[in-house]
Design a protein around this ligand. Sequence first.
Ligand code: NAD
Length: 313
Amino acid sequence: MKIAIAGAGAMGSRFGLMLHESGNEVILIDQWPDHIKAIRENGLIANFNGETIVAQIPIYAPEEVASLDQEVDLIIALTKANQLDAMFNSIKSLINETTHVICLLNGLGHEDVISKYVAKEQILLGITMWTAGLEGPGKAKLFGTGEVELENIEPAGADFAKKVTEIFTEAGLNAVYSDNVKHSVWRKACVNGTLNGLCTILDCNITDLGTQAVSENMIRTIIHEFATVALKENITLDEEEVYQHVATTFDPNGVGLHHPSMHQDLIKNNRLTEIDYINGAVSRKGQALQIATPYCDFLTSLVHAKEGILKAK
Ligand code: NAD
């Protein structure tokens, strides 16, 4: 399959590399000049569970895409949430009436952005438990295991979504075709909506958050706001199940000692966050539906204030 990775950062490098290694025709698209230069000169170098893999994969800056004169079967969207629209605006030339897009970003409402560029029948949504990091330009650190759950958002996309499930699985990405991916997207958004913003504002790891006496009420209240808004989109979240799912992350012997990605983005790297597409999305949807979401509103404002104080870019 001819596949473009829209956003070849940490996760884009993982998906691009694994799909390239399994025989797909992959191109990478990214705007980071040093990353492009390094991959063109040395290949994409991955520390893949301790083994070094070097893959020669074509990489293009977004402004080069229009002159490529090629279209692709599948675009895998893997920018940060606030970068998605600009990315698609610059890669329109890759899209024709059979090109499908799968969105694997964290957060809510990305299908609204993507549907400006392709028909809803060509959009797939997914969540992934894979993780990835970059050690520098052209160098990915790909440890551990994971899976992908995906589904078309309109019935007409089902055959293609099943085909994507197959090629992802052939690439070792452990994909399953979901019968309710929107539920999974909301459930994952609850994990991000509780751990990311709170650990960022409190400047702490997940165990430290989870072991504070006041945390359970904050987390349950945020989950309740997500669940109330989700119900209006016909997604039923079991609040107790979601709380217990979030609570499994507090274990210091699991992921508890890690800082969530939003903490790494803002506190460590002074980057703008995805808060507007997580708690901020629930606030916006709540406002439109006249549902009060005070914890999501406040957390979104706090994170934006912190972005301002740290002059995040
Ligand atoms: P990242 O910042 O490492 O990668 C995004 C890449 O997109 C960057 O390299 C950036 O240069 C590129 N980009 C952004 N806008 C662009 C544009 N207009 N044109 C060209 N290139 C552009 O981010 P990531 O960690 O790979 O995360 C991607 C998504 O996956 C996020 O939604 C994140 O929440 C989610 N996610 C990440 C992980 C993880 O372990 N890193 C795990 C699960 C989900």
